[in-house]
Write a protein that binds this ligand. Structure first.
Ligand code: FES
Length: 74
């Protein structure tokens, strides 16, 4: 399924980038360009990113803001 029409990014592309070790949504944007133009896809892309992180690697979801509030980093 295409998530981002502007940049032609699919849900599979997002999962692949998470599996490859994206450490934040911003990394995903750098790698794919998702949500970097009109922004209409941002919410959907974020949901797919969050789900992919939960399924394929919690490490990938731990961005700087996550570390600041996570008990694991307290
Ligand atoms: S649909 Fe993704 S930036 Fe426009």
């Amino acid at each position: 399924m295409i998530v981002c029409i502007c940049q032609r990014v699919s849900d599979r592309d997002i999962v692949r980038v998470v599996r490859d070790g994206a450490s934040s949504f911003e990394d995903l944007q750098i790698e794919t360009g998702v949500a970097s133009r009109c922004g209409c896809c941002r919410s959907c892309a974020q949901q797919i990113y969050d789900k992919a992180c939960a399924e394929h690697g919690a490490r990938a979801h731990a961005g700087p803001e996550s570390r600041a509030t996570s008990p694991a980093y307290a």
